[in-house]
Design a protein around this ligand. Structure first.
Ligand code: IPM
Ligand code: MG
Length: 361
């Protein structure tokens, strides 16, 4: 099969980690008889440097012509990078928000798994994580605060800023349906996270999620307030299967969940629309402080590539082979610096990619 994949290497550690994911994909191609047409796409700071904007309309059109997109990360150091002297709508992050909206990528899947081998990197007490955990954060990605109207103005002599949080029932319904569908393939539990004790948008969220749940009698639904959820994630992470939540809560909780797994360098993600198209990226950022040093963990990006094979190309076997290769390399004791612990073997970005590719057989 020939796979047409758009590649956004992006900024910071992006190019390094994407290179390793492509190395692994190439090996999968060799072994399983697939070929790739890669389309290099500029976004974020890399696009600002060339075009003056974080994403161009042409780039979005080219992205639409691909079957899936593999992405590294975007953004730089907000204190030192010239990109952050631009107005907010021209900064690197605006490119990512724009492509999510333009391609209608409303469903963001962020699996947080504690690998047995990485227990040592998990900051929680062992008794809390005994037996490991495996949760899927389903984050709504094209609505809410990140896409609402915003403005900063002077009112009565005071600088005043406003961001608006809007959801309509349809936006909630479609992500809820995705959440329940995924739960049906997992442990059949959905924890819907909101702030219904305060926010109207959360009260509507809860009501629509309740309605959707009626079509899934086998799935247990529970509601949890977001502040409690932040606490439960470190108190008892094993209780979660699918966490279903709105955009900003999902942004925050997924970073928290990643640290509970040991490192954000392990957390893959898929952003999907109604079709097979998806954008796949590690959940972590561009980490400008370690960019170019060859020490970044490429595993989240490699696992994102596996998600791409599974969701956009229905290549389940190939996806599982990549996931198994990652586990094998961890079992053999190889670690990048972010997940390093005593007695293990420290490797760099490209060596980690080589090792994982070496297990694709
Ligand atoms: C993420 C990132 C983005 C987001 C930023 C870079 C706009 O934090 O994917 O979690 O908030 O969605
Ligand atoms: Mg984030």
């Amino acid at each position: 099969m020939n796979l047409k994949i758009g590649v956004i290497k992006g900024d910071g550690i992006g190019p390094e980690v994407v290179t390793e994911a492509m190395k692994v994909l190439d090996k999968v191609g060799e072994v399983y008889g697939h070929t790739y047409s890669y389309e290099q796409l500029l976004m974020g700071g890399a696009s600002i440097d060339v075009h003056g904007v974080p994403i161009t309309d042409e780039m979005i059109e080219t992205a639409k012509s691909c079957e899936a997109i593999l992405m590294g990360s975007i953004g730089g150091d907000a204190k030192t990078s010239p990109w952050y002297k631009l107005e907010p709508s021209k900064r690197p992050e605006a490119g990512l928000l724009k492509i999510r909206k333009a391609l209608n990528l409303f469903a963001n899947l962020r699996p947080a798994v504690l690998y047995d081998e990485l227990k040592g990197a998990c900051p929680l007490k062992e008794e809390l994580t005994e037996g490991g955990f495996d949760m899927m954060i389903m984050r709504e990605l094209t609505g809410g605060l990140y896409f609402g109207e915003r403005k900063t103005e002077e009112i009565d002599g005071l600088m005043t800023a406003c961001d608006s949080l809007t959801y309509n029932e349809e936006e909630i319904r479609r992500i809820a349906i995705r959440g329940f569908d995924i739960a049906m393939k997992r442990n059949k539990k959905v924890t819907s996270v909101d702030k219904a004790n305060v926010l109207d948008s959360s009260r509507l969220w809860r009501k629509v999620v309740e309605e959707v749940s009626k079509d899934y009698p086998e799935v247990t639904l529970e509601h949890m307030l977001v502040d409690n959820c932040a606490m439960q994630l470190v108190k008892n992470p094993k209780q979660f299967d699918v966490i279903l939540t709105e955009n900003m809560f999902g942004d925050i909780l997924s970073d928290e969940a990643s640290m509970v797994t040991g490192s954000i360098g392990m957390l893959a993600s898929a952003s999907l629309n109604e079709t097979k198209f998806g954008l796949y990226e590690p959940s972590g950022g561009s980490a400008p402080d370690i960019a170019g040093k060859g020490i970044a963990n490429p595993i989240a990006t490699i696992l994102s590539a596996a998600m791409m094979l599974r969701f956009s190309f229905d290549l389940d076997r190939e996806a599982s082979v990549i996931e198994a290769a990652v586990e094998k390399v961890l079992e053999e004791g190889y670690r990048t610096i972010d997940i390093m612990s005593e007695g293990k073997t420290l490797v760099g970005t490209s060596e980690m990619g080589d090792l994982i590719a070496g297990h694709i057989i």
